[in-house]
Write a protein that binds this ligand. Structure first.
Ligand SMILES: [Zn+2]
Length: 291
């Protein structure tokens, strides 16, 4: 009896230690399984894709907001893999948490490329840590380098008005930032989302040919996204949208919805508690104010 009590105490004391995940490095570079030269660079809770080819490197998002050495750290990680010149730095969209820190890439000789709307926004706000694009694009552009094909395409409003879908047709991989969270409830990214257009955007992404999606924030256990993740997010948005629409038409936006509404179906999803107020407020804006 006493022994089992002792064992229970030992277990209770040891459990929190056992439950702690091993310390995760701030910066990590991982080659994507089954590819010749597709890598994920992660800095804290942000990540981006870079592609190494025999004729040069295509990098995306410096992810260095609030990280003064983040851009240089990213270039240094690329240099551990290859000495090929970094020819492109492509911005996924105009949000600084993903694209601040490009100076190190400019210094390395890269051409900075974004959707034209990103360039327009960046020119107005003039963030001191974010390099303006050298080149812009409209609805589509294809980059061919050293046997790699990278398709860049714009599919209308979504999480931003400047988001590019980056697709590697041979590898059947896409890189989409912020619009389609992987295995998590949406959160602050909802602040300026275009909710109805985002559902359409997701349907377009779903119809494209790909197997794996690299997200701009790591998925659970660093897993990559699948088409099921996209389908799940479409359903989540439709569910939240419909719930708030009903309440909005009963005059419950903002206060009653923000105070009382729950979306219990998603209560066990990572990010639910923190993200719910953001999602409800945005849909109240849509259905309660028409914006
Ligand atoms: Zn964003």
């Amino acid at each position: 009896m006493q022994r089992s009590i002792l064992a229970a105490i030992v277990f209770a004391v040891a459990l929190p230690v056992l439950a702690q995940a091993p310390a995760r490095p701030q910066i990590q570079t991982t080659k994507v399984d089954g590819t010749d030269g597709v890598y994920i660079f992660r800095n804290g809770g942000h990540q981006s894709m870079f592609i190494v080819t025999p004729d040069g490197v295509i990098a995306t998002d410096p992810v260095a907001y609030g990280r003064p050495t983040g851009g240089a750290d990213y270039v240094a990680e690329i240099r551990k893999v290859t000495n090929q010149p970094i020819k492109y730095l492509i911005y996924s969209h105009h949000h600084y948490d993903h694209i601040a820190g490009g100076k190190a890439f400019k210094d390395a000789g890269a051409t900075v490329l974004s959707h034209k709307r990103a360039a327009e926004r960046l020119a107005v706000i003039k963030d001191p840590h974010t390099v303006l694009p050298d080149e812009t694009m409209g609805d589509s552009k294809v980059i061919r380098m050293g046997g790699t094909i990278l398709e860049l395409s714009y599919h209308g409003l979504n999480h931003s008005d400047s988001t590019l879908v980056m697709r590697l047709p041979k590898e059947r991989i896409i890189f989409v930032v912020d619009t389609i969270p992987v295995g998590a409830f949406p959160g602050r990214g909802f602040i300026d989302i275009y909710p109805l257009e985002t559902e359409e955007f997701m349907k377009k992404v779903l119809a494209m040919e790909w197997d794996r999606m690299i997200p701009g924030h790591p998925g659970p256990g660093d897993r990559l996204g699948t088409k099921k993740d996209v389908q799940d997010q479409i359903e989540l948005m439709q569910h939240a949208s419909e719930a708030v629409k009903v309440a909005a038409r009963e005059g419950k936006c903002w206060d009653a919805v923000e105070r009382d509404m729950k979306l219990d179906r998603y209560k066990d999803w990572p990010g639910y508690a923190a993200g719910l107020p953001m999602v409800l407020r945005r849909y109240c804006g849509l259905w309660g104010r028409g914006t």
